[in-house]
Each structure stands twice: as C-alpha cells, then as structure tokens.
Design a protein around this ligand. Structure first.
Ligand code: ATR
Length: 251
C-alpha cells in the first residue's frame, strides 16, 4: 500500500506486489526477477541475509550490516542495499532530534538490532548498549562494527535493574508480535519518567512491552514510522525520488 500509493502520487507507471518465496526457491526467484526485468524489490524475513550470495553487488552499509532489504535491478545487475537502519534513524530524529547525545540501549541482537546498531553508531551516538538473552550474539554485533565505540553488553535482568540509566530504549526482537502478543521481555518498574521507549513491532500497534512502558511513565512509539521511512529510502533507490511518506498514505 505504501509503494503503490507513492507510485500513484508521483505519476509513475509501476506496481508493487508481494510474493511468498520459500527458502528452497530463493535462487530461482531471483533468477526470475532478472529474466522478467523487474526494476527492484524488497526482501524480508527470513531472506535478508541469505539473499546476499545471489546478488551482483552489495552497497557498503548493507555489507557491514550483513543483510539486504532492498534490491535495484540496474540493466540486469542486481544491487543490494539496506534501508532498515537509516529508516530507523530517520524515525528517531522525528521523535528526539537530540538523540545523538542520549544514552541508548537496544534490546535484541538479531538482524534488525544489527542494522539499528550500525546506523546509530554511524550517526554518531556515543552511548549505545545492547541487552540480549545471549551475550555472545550481542558481542558479535559490537565486534563487527569497524569503529571503536563504547558499548556495554547486558543481560535482560541487568537491563531491568538499570533502566533509569537510559534515555531511549529500543526493542528489536519479535517477542510480543502477533500471535504471541501476551509476551514482553522486561519489566519497567525502574524506568525514568519520560524515557522514550520504542518497539519496532507494529502488529499489534501497541505491544505489551509498550503498554507496560507507558504505564510506567514512558513516551512510546511503535515500528510504523520506521516502516514508512525504510520504504521512503527504498523508493528513492528505485526511482530517484525521496517521497514525503508522512502525508497521504493509508496502510
Ligand atoms: P531478526 O528478525 O531481527 O533477526 P529475530 O530473529 O526475531 O530478529 O530475533 C532475534 C533476537 O531476538 C535475538 O537477539 C534473540 O535472542 P538470542 O540472541 O538470545 O537468541 C531474541 N529473542 C528471540 N526470542 C526471544 C525470547 N523468547 N527471549 C529473549 N530473547 C529472544
């Protein structure tokens, strides 16, 4: 709906269509995209990492993140990009334009956490910690980032005890997503009033995690702004136009 309404808005003769692609047919699907001369496409879970070997070129940020969510077909050459992280940074700017100087913690260490960590670190955030169930997965993200930034790894219990240290808390795991919307990874009793708490899930619109945070005085936001902004950057890669996604789009 986002892309089709943007094509209409900008008078472009194009159509965006979802395809369900199984792991076993990923290679043939990509080959078909080339054969049919599809101008570009998005890639989502669970193919963001495994698509990389099938592409002809990967842009530097996507290479560093190790995942691709946007592909452009340039005269038969498929080029992979990642707009998740920059989409998130753009949405964070709208919520707190001083975010660079804030103390931020990311919960989770999967693909989304990695994209967000790299993009926030590249944007200049200095205090950026990771809280995750498995410490080793958090360490992998920190070690893969090429510049030296100070990051502490915490367990989820340690995070619960030190919530008051953070200005911004970002939940990046799929815990709490429909149909498991009764789940929330942490309790918020030690939260500072007015902490910004973001959950990148948008189904349900308000996760149990966000509800609990709000009840403890947080400002909250879900993943819809990130969804719009990653789409805006993908649209720009395909068409050269950076669209205004804030108005006139219904999802
Ligand atoms: P992505 O799609 O971004 O790769 P995901 O696969 O939904 O993300 O989630 C991966 C992250 O969610 C991991 O950090 C994982 O923790 P581990 O590194 O310990 O595996 C975290 N995660 C998933 N389910 C979880 C659960 N039930 N409790 C705590 N963390 C969980």
């Amino acid at each position: 709906m986002i892309h089709n309404s943007l094509f209409k808005k900008y008078g472009l003769e194009a159509y965006y269509h979802p395809f369900h692609v199984k792991k076993e047919t990923l290679a043939e699907t990509i080959h078909a995209m080339k054969l049919l001369n599809i101008a570009g496409f998005n890639v989502t879970v669970p193919h963001k990492e495994r698509i990389i070997p099938y592409l002809d070129e990967i842009d530097d940020l996507a290479k560093m993140i190790g995942a691709v969510n946007t592909v452009k077909n340039e005269s038969g050459k498929l080029i992979g990009y990642n707009t998740d992280g920059i989409g998130f940074v753009e949405s964070l700017k709208e919520l707190d334009n001083e975010f660079i100087n804030k103390r931020i913690v990311i919960i989770g260490a999967g693909g989304a956490a990695r994209a967000i960590y790299f993009s926030l670190a590249s944007a200049g955030v200095k205090c950026l910690d990771i809280a995750n169930r498995t410490e080793n997965n958090a360490l992998k993200i920190i070690h893969a980032y090429p510049l030296n930034i100070e990051t502490n790894c915490l367990t989820l219990n340690q995070l619960e005890q030190s919530l008051h240290h953070y200005d911004i808390i970002i939940q990046t795991t799929s815990v709490g997503m429909e149909p498991n919307d009764h789940q929330s990874l942490i309790e918020f009793s030690k939260l500072q009033i007015n902490t910004l708490v973001i959950d990148i899930i948008y189904k349900p619109a308000v996760t149990k995690f966000l509800k609990n945070a709000e009840m403890n005085g947080a400002r909250i936001d879900n993943g819809l702004t990130m969804l719009y902004n990653q789409a805006a950057y993908a649209f720009q890669i395909w068409t050269g136009i950076f669209p205004d996604v804030s108005k006139g789009i219904t999802t």
